[in-house]
Design a protein around this ligand. Structure first.
Ligand SMILES: [Zn+2]
Length: 291
């Protein structure tokens, strides 16, 4: 299996191996760029052009078998995302890149002036089309520009994130917004708490990239775009973290949810974000308005 020789963000050949193993294969290792600090898998060969088109990709999370199970599992998260981006998409033309089964898309469709999905997985796309949504299979199919492009936890799956950011910015209307959320390698569970079980869980074959604030910013700059803001966001809070520390397993946000009301979640995650220890990063990129 060919090993990557250059950083997929800054192209530096100064790479070092990290000690982590992947949770789902022994054939792939984790590298870190000595220049921009980007963390990534040492081979992307397993992600061919067909990888995301069939349901094989979905089987990496077997507990989410079936579209309904996935929709239920991510309902809370999609509600939060809809609330967050609602004001940004109001009366705008929107593309939800990597829209999955369309949970977020359907929540914000009434706010946007129009919304398309971009989703390579056949089963999801069929569902979306059957429900009347315009859905593209890949970036090359887009035949128009959008005021807002949303990418929730998509960029870390794609072999060439710089090229994807560049194409997305080109597909924005003047003054348009690209909104990207990815996991943060500076996650408190990996850094502040240094939970070994979480480290063994965190790295897997579907996530090719593990961005930091700096490497995400570098990827945007390398795409010729300008960062408006990069901020921390948390999908998981105190109950989830304490459960990892005690039991070395995910799911604490549901099992120990009595520990955490919305106010506790908000204050705790605000502190993490201020210290760049959030589990996710949100980058907002604006295309220059036409002169
Ligand atoms: Zn680099």
């Amino acid at each position: 299996m060919p090993i990557l020789n250059n950083c997929p963000v800054c192209r530096s050949a100064h790479l070092a191996q990290r000690p982590e193993k992947l949770r789902d294969t022994a054939d792939i290792s984790v590298l870190q760029c000595g220049n921009c600090g980007h963390v990534f898998l040492d081979s992307f060969d397993h992600v061919g052009s067909e990888y995301f088109t069939n349901d094989q990709f979905l089987l990496s999370k077997p507990f989410l078998e079936g579209i309904d199970a996935r929709l239920r599992h991510y309902e809370h998260e999609n509600q939060e995302r809809a609330k967050r981006v609602g004001p940004l998409v109001l009366n705008k033309t929107v593309l939800d890149y990597g829209c999955g089964a369309g949970a977020l898309l359907e929540k914000i469709a009434g706010l946007a002036s129009s919304i398309d999905g971009l989703e390579p997985t056949h089963s999801f796309r069929e569902r979306l089309m059957a429900r009347g949504h315009k859905t593209h299979a890949d970036l090359g199919e887009l035949d128009r520009s959008y005021d807002v492009i949303l990418m929730f936890h998509v960029l870390e799956h794609l072999p060439d994130p710089v090229a994807v950011i560049k194409t997305c910015v080109e597909r924005l209307t003047p003054g348009g917004l690209l909104y990207i959320e990815v996991p943060n390698i500076n996650d408190a569970l990996l850094t502040l708490f240094d939970v070994q079980k979480y480290r063994e869980f965190h790295f897997f074959r579907d996530h090719l990239h593990y961005f930091s604030r700096h490497s995400l910013s570098e990827a945007i700059k390398c795409a010729g775009a300008e960062v408006l803001t990069i901020s921390g966001h948390n999908r998981f809070g105190l109950a989830n973290h304490l459960y990892w520390l005690r039991h070395g397993k995910p799911g604490g946000h549901k099992i120990w949810n009595f520990l955490e009301n919305p106010a506790v979640f908000e204050e705790y995650t605000k502190g993490l974000a201020a210290a760049d220890l959030s589990d996710s990063l949100v980058a907002q990129i604006r295309r220059h308005p036409a002169k």
